[in-house]
Design a protein around this ligand. Structure first.
Ligand SMILES: *Cc1c(COP(=O)(O)O)cnc(C)c1O
Length: 363
């Protein structure tokens, strides 16, 4: 099979060193393994600029959605009410989760190319004093739009609401100071900006808020309080842990630190993203989201005027070493390219040449 690099926002292209960590079948119950889990938990808190006194980290088996569902189903009690703020498929997925668990909620749904308006959120919170929790997505991977989690966090602090943020596709690639943003529960996963492989999600929680959620869980395997109680003792996972993924993730965290941390990673993602958008514009392929709202993570591109068929182009690009991503919008024809993972300037330049050749061939 011909190999290619992933321009999808997770799984993404990982380093050889991260992949190599998985060539060992580690035992789960011994101290060495538990120490790795504890080290990961401490490193994650450090990345979020929070202390081990105020916040704690919980690792949860499964993909990112399992982490989001774990938080929503463990934290929201029968008498609670959540305000979901959505402007994309991942925000809407939270509504699906809420329906499955029969949570009380209200939704403020924005257009996919617009960031939620803090003034509207203020009005909703003022009119609905029974709201106890607010939940939203940071980088909506659907489009690549970057929501203002800080502005909504300020409102949560002012109104005394518990704040849940899905920062799946941004944590590790964009600095998120949890306490400054007033975040009580933040969810991300192993295979996004930390650049590990799929297999678990993680939750960073304000310890007091987590303690307060005791007894609210609606599922055994996704009970974050119970997972935390067990893991917090000595690093033991409640059920079989994804050992290979954990080893790879530990390596990925060390690499992130060695290479200059979140700031350096942000710079690489942002400059490659900017270059990608500039290069595509030269070819008449334009970004869907306004510059002011774009994330440096993934970009939605509108189809060019002519000479373009997604499947055809996908195969053309794949044969030349890259896997791109279909669009997720219903109203306009789009495709997406992520630039997180082991993607560098040379890759962006290669892509420009590949797209140039494709469009020329079809002209
Ligand atoms: C990737 C992602 C998820 C989780 O998706 P999974 O396929 O379950 O890993 C959730 N929210 C956002 C914003 C994401 O980018």
């Amino acid at each position: 099979m011909k190999k290619y690099k992933l321009l999808t926002p997770g799984p993404l292209t990982t380093s050889d060193a991260v992949k190599a960590e998985m060539l060992f079948d580690h035992c789960t119950w011994d101290n060495e393994y538990k120490t790795i889990t504890q080290k990961i938990r401490a490193q994650l808190l450090k990345l979020a600029h929070v202390s081990e006194d105020a916040y704690t980290a919980i690792l949860m088996q499964g993909s990112g959605t399992f982490g989001v569902e774990a938080v929503l189903s463990s934290v929201i009690g029968d008498k609670d009410k959540v305000l979901f703020i959505t402007n994309g498929a991942y925000g809407e997925r939270m509504l699906d989760i809420a329906d499955y668990h029969r949570l009380n909620y209200l939704a403020y749904n924005e257009e996919y190319n617009i960031i939620p308006d803090a003034a509207k959120v203020r009005a909703i919170l003022t009119e609905n004093p029974d709201i106890t929790h607010v939940a939203m997505v940071h980088c909506e991977t659907t489009t690549g739009i970057l929501n203002d989690i800080h502005a909504i966090g300020e409102l949560c602090a002012e109104f005394g609401k518990t704040y849940i943020v899905d920062a799946m596709s941004s944590f590790g690639g964009i600095d998120i100071p949890l306490e400054d943003d007033h975040i009580d529960f933040m969810i991300s996963s192993a295979n996004k900006c930390i650049q590990g492989v799929p297999g678990f999600s993680f939750i960073l929680a304000r310890t007091a808020a987590l303690e307060a959620s005791k007894g609210n869980a609606r599922s055994l395997s996704l009970d974050i309080y119970d997972q935390w109680k067990t893991m917090n003792k000595d690093g033991k996972w409640r059920f079989t842990s994804p050992t290979h993924t954990v080893l790879a993730f530990s390596k990925a965290l060390d690499e992130l630190e060695e290479r200059g941390g979140v700031e350096a990673r942000y710079q690489r993602y942002a400059s490659n993203n900017k270059l990608l958008i500039e290069k595509m514009a030269v070819l008449g392929i334009n970004a869907y989201i306004d510059e002011a709202y774009r994330s440096p993570i993934i970009t939605t591109f509108l189809y060019p005027e002519q000479g373009f068929d997604f499947t055809d182009m996908y195969n053309f690009v794949k044969e030349r070493g890259y896997a791109i991503y279909p669009g997720k919008l219903t109203k306009v024809d789009t495709f997406r390219m992520g630039n997180i993972g082991e993607i560098y300037k040379e890759d962006v330049e290669n892509l420009y040449n590949i797209f140039y050749d494709y469009l020329k061939q079809n002209a």
